[in-house]
Design a protein around this ligand. Structure first.
Ligand code: GTP
Ligand code: MG
Length: 335
C-alpha cells in the first residue's frame, strides 16, 4: 500500500468529461428550490423575532456554501445575545414557538454534539436544522463560498465527490466516515496543490476580511472577484481531476505523517500538531485541519474500522477511474 505508483492517467480520459459534467449539472439545485429556502428563512425570522426581537438568523452549510446539491437540508444558525438563558432552554423555547406554528416534526435535540432543533416545513417539504450561536460555521461557510467563486472546477469536483461519498455510504460521521464539509475541504486542498495551482491559499494572502469568533481570529483575502483567472494556467479537465483526486487519496497521501491544511495551502506534519497518537476519541487516522479551528481534525470521527472502509473506497474509485470502460456507472453504484 505504501509504494507510490507512478501511474499515468488513462489515455481516453477526455472522453469522460461530458458524462461527468452531465452528472454535475443534474445535481445543481433548481432556482425554485433556492426561492423556497429563502421563503422558509423569512417565515422563521418572523416567528423568532416575535420572541427575541434582536436575534438574527443565518444560513450556513450546503444551502449557503455553493456546495449544496438539490434537495439538501437547510442549516440555520440563530444568533442570539442572551447570556442568562442556557442553550438548551433557548432550544426548547424555540421548539415551542415553531411547534405552535404549522411546522411539522419539530424536535429539540439538546443532547447532541451540536444541539439543534429539527423541523420540516409541510408547505415546501424542506427539512431544516437550527443551531444556536454557531458563528464559526457561518464564517467557514463564507470561506467555502468564496473559494467556489474562483474556479468552476471546484464546484464540479466537490459535487462529484460528495455524490460519490453519499452513494458509497462514506458520508456518515456517526458511522466513522467523513462529513460533507470535510470532503469539500479535501477538494479545496487538492486544487491548491495542483501544478500549476487551480486555487490560491486565501488565508495566506492579504487580509481583506476579519472576524474574531470565540477567541479564534478568522481572516483571509475575500476579494475573490479579482481572482477569477487564478487557475487559468492549469488546463486540467474535470475528468482528469476526479481521476487525480482519487489517485491521491488511494495511493499518494501519507496517512502516517501528513495533515492536509487549506489554511497554509500545504501538507503539514502530524508531529507539528501533536496529532501522532490517540487522545480521547480523536484518533487522527486521516488528518484534515479545519481552516479556522486549527486544533480541530475533521478526520477525528474516523476509527480503525472506518479508515479501512474509507481507504478501500478511495482505492476502488481510483481503480475504476483508471481501468473501467464506463467509470460513471461504476463509481456511483450504490453499495
Ligand atoms: P450536506 O448537507 O451533506 O449537503 O452538506 P453540508 O455542507 O451542509 O455539510 P455538513 O452537514 O457536513 O456541515 C454543515 C456545516 O457545518 C458546514 O458547512 C460547516 O460550516 C459546519 N461544520 C460541519 N462539520 C464541522 C466540523 O467538524 N467543524 C466545523 N468547524 N464546522 C463544521
Ligand atoms: Mg447540511
Amino acid at each position: 500500500r505504501n509504494f507510490k505508483r507512478q501511474m499515468e492517467c488513462r489515455s481516453d480520459i477526455e472522453r469522460l468529461n461530458a458524462p461527468f459534467l452531465a452528472i454535475y449539472e443534474s445535481l445543481i439545485p433548481a432556482e425554485e428550490e433556492k426561492t423556497k429556502q429563502k421563503q422558509l428563512l423569512t417565515s422563521l425570522e418572523k416567528l423568532v423575532n416575535k420572541e427575541w426581537p434582536k436575534a438574527q438568523l443565518f444560513l450556513y452549510g450546503s444551502c449557503a456554501n455553493s456546495f449544496g446539491v438539490s434537495r439538501s437540508d437547510v442549516d440555520v444558525c440563530l444568533a442570539i445575545d442572551d447570556t442568562e438563558t442556557s442553550k438548551s432552554e433557548i432550544l426548547l423555547k424555540l421548539a415551542d414557538i415553531l411547534q405552535s406554528d404549522n411546522l411539522q416534526n419539530v424536535q429539540a435535540l439538546t443532547r447532541a454534539r451540536v444541539p439543534i432543533v429539527k423541523l420540516m416545513d409541510p408547505v415546501t417539504g424542506i427539512s431544516c436544522d437550527i443551531c444556536i450561536n454557531n458563528v464559526l460555521a457561518v464564517v467557514n461557510t463564507k470561506l467555502l463560498r468564496d473559494y467556489a467563486q474562483i474556479d468552476a472546477r471546484l464546484q464540479q469536483l466537490a459535487f462529484i465527490v460528495k455524490h460519490w461519498a453519499k452513494t458509497r455510504g462514506v458520508n456518515e460521521t456517526y458511522r466513522g466516515t467523513l462529513s460533507s464539509y470535510a470532503y469539500v475541504i479535501m477538494c479545496i486542498h487538492f486544487l491548491q496543490r495542483r501544478k500549476p495551482a487551480i486555487l490560491p491559499c486565501l488565508q495566506g494572502m492579504e487580509t481583506t476580511y476579519a472576524v474574531t469568533v470565540d477567541d479564534i481570529e478568522c481572516s483571509y483575502f475575500d476579494r475573490v472577484e479579482n481572482l477569477r483567472n487564478f487557475g487559468s494556467q492549469n488546463k486540467e479537465s474535470i475528468a482528469q481531476l476526479v481521476w487525480a483526486f482519487f489517485d491521491y487519496w488511494a495511493y499518494r497521501h501519507d496517512y502516517a505523517n501528513a495533515v492536509i491544511s487549506v489554511r497554509t495551502g500545504s501538507i503539514i506534519r502530524k508531529h507539528e500538531k501533536d496529532w501522532t497518537r490517540r487522545i480521547g476519541n480523536d484518533r487522527h487516522l486521516i488528518c484534515i485541519e479545519d481552516p479556522f479551528e486549527i486544533s480541530h481534525d475533521l478526520g477525528r470521527v474516523v476509527d480503525k474500522y472506518s479508515i479501512k472502509v474509507l481507504r478501500e473506497e478511495f482505492e476502488r474509485a481510483a481503480n475504476i477511474m483508471q481501468y473501467d470502460p464506463d467509470p460513471c456507472a461504476m463509481l456511483f453504484e450504490p453499495y
